[in-house]
Design a protein around this ligand. Structure first.
Ligand SMILES: [Zn+2]
Length: 91
């Protein structure tokens, strides 16, 4: 069974706050792991991005949304722990 996550396992955004309710799988079903900014039709929108790059991207985005930079950095600190960046412990 696929696990349902509270936050996008790529960028850490709460999936509840996704304007369209989550990313989509290849078959068009909703992704339970990723948000619509990261994952569309079974593909990552930025397939080559690293966890470090994702962190700075998210910080910039949050600062743009008027979050204090310190809060943004604290939030982004958890990104490398998300499933997308931890593929090695599986299989
Ligand atoms: Zn995401």
């Amino acid at each position: 069974m696929e696990k349902a996550y509270k936050v996008c396992q790529s960028c850490g955004m709460p999936l509840k706050q996704d304007p369209i309710g989550g990313g989509t799988n290849t078959d068009g079903s909703k992704s339970l792991m990723y948000c619509s900014h990261c994952f569309i039709s079974g593909q990552f929108t930025r397939p080559d991005i690293t966890a470090v790059e994702m962190k700075s991207l998210v910080v910039e985005k949050l600062v743009e949304m008027k979050f204090p930079r310190l809060i943004a950095k604290l939030f982004a600190m958890n990104i490398p722990k998300l499933e997308r960046w931890n593929q090695n412990h599986k299989n």
